[in-house]
Design a protein around this ligand. Sequence first.
Ligand code: PRX
Length: 656
Amino acid sequence: MSDDGGAAIEDYYLEERLFPPPEGFVDDAVVADRSIIERAQHDFEGFWADQARALDWFDDWHTVLEWDLPFARWFVGGTLNVSHNCLDRHVAAGLGERVAIHWEGEPGDTRTITYAELLADVERFANVLKGLGVRRGDRVAIYMPMIPELPVAMLACTRIGAPHSVVFGGFSPDALRDRIDDAQAKVLVTADGGWRRGAVVALKENADTAVAEAASIEHVVVARRTGDAGGTTPMTDGRDHWWDELMSKAPESCPPEHMDAEDLLYLLYTSGTTAKPKGIMHSTGGYLTQVAFTHRAVFDLHPERDVYWCAADIGWVTGHSYIVYGPLANGATSVMYEGTPDFPDKDRWWDIIERYGVTILYCAPTAIRTFMKWGTEFPERHDMSSLRVLGSVGEPINPEAWVWYWTHIGGGHCPVVDTWWQTETGAIMISPLPGITTCKPGSATFPLPGIAAEVVDDSGKSIDRGGGYLTLTRPWPAMLRGLYGDPERYKETYWSRFDGRYFAGDGAKIDDDGYFWLLGRVDDVMNISGHRISTAEVESSLVNHPSVAEAAVVGAKDDTTGQAIIAFVTLKAGQNETAERGEELRGHVARHIGSIARPRTVIFTDELPKTRSGKIMRRLLRDVAEGRDLGDTTTLADPRVVDEIRRLSTAQPTED
Ligand code: PRX
């Protein structure tokens, strides 16, 4: 493998023990019937058609799958509506009073929203959007904190067939503008601000900066969240509108559009190997089918009694699929939390689990590792006996964190499901099934029913044991349908490295028992706390700074966040390598992209090590970064680093 980005394989074998499903799980499990798994193996199209039948369709499909590699069409000819499936059909089934969302704001305010109430809000907001001129097929950008108005806005878009593009609230005005521009969004939905660790994030201010340069936006809708705490919110006449004012005037009822199964449901921008984020396109019928199935099967969801909490942000795919669409399609009761785990104190998460009686918890390994550092005293203060299933997502989970999660959060009675998937796959692809799969800590175990994954070597040959590249060999319903506006890049990025295979960008290993182990990215994508950031995007931001001549960015191993961003920077002649300059550059990237992209460390160097063809030797830079104890925020202008790079580059002339 050229550039494995992840931990050494030995690290994954620290824990050899097997963890069978806890007692009591086997008979009760959603996928206890193994014939489902067998059917998926023999007839994957038939299997997915069965899953699609669990949804409400206005018109049946005539063909389950049309596969013209690499373009798939699922449930061809079928029509449905996502908001109808997530809301109306549950209300019609008498579940209107069931809680859809237990929402908790960071300052401690709460809201309880039933399915009937959510439907009413969605219908009204769909009418608000229509009133602002949004028509079927128009794109709507959404830039919001974790408040109930966010899923309302998304579902309202699906009701009228307007694809949404949610932009994570931690992204900068520039990042928002680029995404609005690429999608040519007509309306932006935002809020005055959001709460983060007791401070106000100035969302409307960011939105104003972005919209000033985004000509496609005709209207901005602003939900009230922080009010006066964020200062007064300037509103531009004719363009900006308060959410509540439009809602109070909007008609109550809005019938759902009959959408084609293949209609674009949403765009979600994610980082690739270039500086330009890719607009991942998700479809309507296939996407909803797979997120609903996986949400039931992987979390062993019993909607009538479970309280499910996915602690991601809706700005990422995890939130789209497993806070909004999966849980609501299944009629589940979810917890939605606005803030961070350490606010106002380190008891917050466990307190939420105790108060709401959470039964299923889904979060990222970074969070688990942070809790491990804080110690068991915090979870031990709370009654968390309600928990039944624990999930992990976003990055490889190390066996120690897995076992800690199992022992200290799950009390030894909850299966831990490590779920591998991507923005592109739309839904979980590789994961244990509670009640069925015997787990090995650190392994995502096996591909789910209906999914065909293989590990291949450099030449593209499938291997059944050992390490290589993770590929998918058959289309799956929730797969991306392309990159917005760029079909060639779609083919090139995902389908050209190995003939006839989708290449995920991840390294993986299959052990002697056939278990899959995810080893991290093999391309220039970093994974910081489960969030994807491209090295090229950070580099291009750095070289935008007037003092920078050249920059190379690598993701180095980090005990808490999985990887951390380390930037090697060569300054222009006459510029000084000072700690202040390093801080300035870190701040520059945070302002340009968003604070998740802020380099942990900036290292000044006179030269960047390059191959003869001029390619930066990233592997070597990572070795340097990982081989040293680089402080969290310290900026090093350290001649020893430069010496080390020089020494290593003469010692290892390999092309990277
Ligand atoms: O490298 C893999 C890692 O996250 C990447 C996908 O990132 P994104 O599209 O932002 O979606 C994250 C949430 C699904 C993958 O290419 N990844 C995701 N889940 C796992 C993982 N790596 C190891 N184990 C996982 N369970």
